[in-house]
Design a protein. Structure first.
Length: 413
């Protein structure tokens, strides 16, 4: 079956990411179904990151260091660039109306002196949420994901290293016992029996260590989820990104083990993809009646509800992705393209809403300072469609412009 092909599965994941980032924009656009989207949209991203993690590539400290450098380039660097530019142009945002000093506006701000801007940029380099500029607030996901990926990779390396050491010690111990038996024994039959015992015991030892390794990894997710739940019950907050990490780390682990079970699970999803795609909508409607989920604020009704909605979101989006990839529809190529450029959309969609807000100001004859309305100027109707188109399309256009500029500079060099 096509699902056995790794390339095919990766294609489905790219489409899934494209659908997920569209859900993120929809959730911020005033879409009527936003409360239901919040049940799963960010959870799916953490699960997708865990799903794509390959523990086999982290076999040494050098591998871990290379992995960390890769994450610095793909996560830390974009976060720093976008937020640094946000703070540099903070006063410019006030001048053009994206932020306002008008006291009639509930979220009025004041201009910042350069020492304060430099201090804010310093927090950006520390990957701290205190350095997150308002219009790039969705970047909290990048901070939390950065810490989670490094932590999980380090834990995988630690457990793998311990497993190898124990296996090596077991082999050496068995060889020594075998040599002693050889010295004490005078017939070949006894020697064969001793070697046979070694060959039987070592695979069992390795199997037990593999199970122990997975128990440790799963336990780390369970402990993190327990800490998250206790923090919520006692209404405690650690440093913001740490609190968010306690609830997002289990979802990353969840995705990692979904990959290991993907052969069976994806086969079932593939078979019933159209049914799942249709039933997902009423399923989330029912789930939404029991509460909401906000990962960045660490709020959810129960850990069972969190995991169930996350799994439902994953299965539903994956089923939709399979529907698009199966028929080779052109929209699949569009979603794949979007899924590979989620960073731009994540950081820029709030700014991309500004033209639609400006259009609403003209249509409804509202005062100009309301251009600073965040994230949108809510008026109902079908405005969420324009917000979504702008929130997805303009960041992709911005990426094209940046690539064109860098290409021209490269040619001149």
């Amino acid at each position: 079956m096509a699902l056995a092909n790794v390339k095919k599965r990766d294609e489905n994941i790219d489409v899934l990411k494209g659908l997920a980032i569209i859900c993120v924009v929809l959730g911020h656009s005033g879409f009527p179904g936003s409360p239901y989207i919040y049940l799963f949209h960010m959870a799916v991203f953490f699960m997708a990151s865990g799903y794509c993690f390959d523990a086999k590539k982290i076999q040494s400290c050098d591998n871990l260091w290379e992995y960390a450098l890769k994450k610095l380039r793909s996560l830390w660097f974009p976060y720093v660039i976008f937020n640094t530019l946000g703070w540099i142009f903070y006063n410019t945002f006030i001048q053009i109306g994206f932020l306002t000093e008008n006291p009639e506006f509930p979220d009025a701000v004041s201009r910042m002196e350069w020492p304060s801007i430099v201090n804010a940029i310093a927090w950006v380099f520390h990957m701290n949420t205190w350095g997150t500029q308002k219009y790039f607030g969705a970047g909290w996901f990048i901070i939390v994901l950065f810490y989670i990926t490094i932590l999980f990779a380090a834990l995988c390396l630690a457990t793998e290293s311990c497993k190898k050491r124990v296996c090596l010690m077991a082999r050496k111990g068995r060889r020594q016992n075998c040599n002693i038996d050889n010295m004490e024994s005078t017939d070949n039959i006894g020697n064969t029996g001793s070697a046979g015992n070694v060959n039987e015991i070592l695979p069992k030892t390795e199997l037990a260590l593999n199970i122990l390794q997975h128990v440790i990894l799963l336990s780390s997710g369970a402990i993190s989820l327990y800490v998250s739940w206790k923090l919520q019950c006692k209404q405690l907050t650690l440093e913001e990104c740490i609190t968010s990490a306690t609830v997002c780390y289990p979802l990353y682990v969840f995705g990692f083990y979904l990959k290991k079970l993907s052969g069976r699970i994806n086969t079932v999803i593939w078979r019933f993809r159209y049914v799942i795609a249709v039933l997902g909508i009423p399923a989330f409607y029912i789930a939404g009646r029991y509460g909401g989920i906000s990962l960045n604020l660490n709020t959810y009704p129960s850990w069972q509800f969190l995991l169930l909605c996350s799994l439902m979101g994953w299965v539903w989006l994956l089923a939709l992705a399979m529907c698009f990839t199966y028929k080779k529809w052109k929209i699949k190529n569009v979603l794949t393209y979007i899924g590979k450029r989620t960073i731009y959309i994540l950081f820029l969609h709030f700014l991309a809403f500004r033209p639609v807000v400006a259009l609403q100001l003209m249509v409804y004859h509202e005062p100009s300072y309301l251009l600073a309305s965040f994230p949108i100027l809510v008026k109902g109707g079908g405005w969420w469609i324009l917000y979504t188109i702008a929130g997805v399309g303009l960041p992709l256009l911005a990426e094209k412009i940046v690539l064109a500029i860098t290409h021209c500079l490269h040619i001149k060099d």
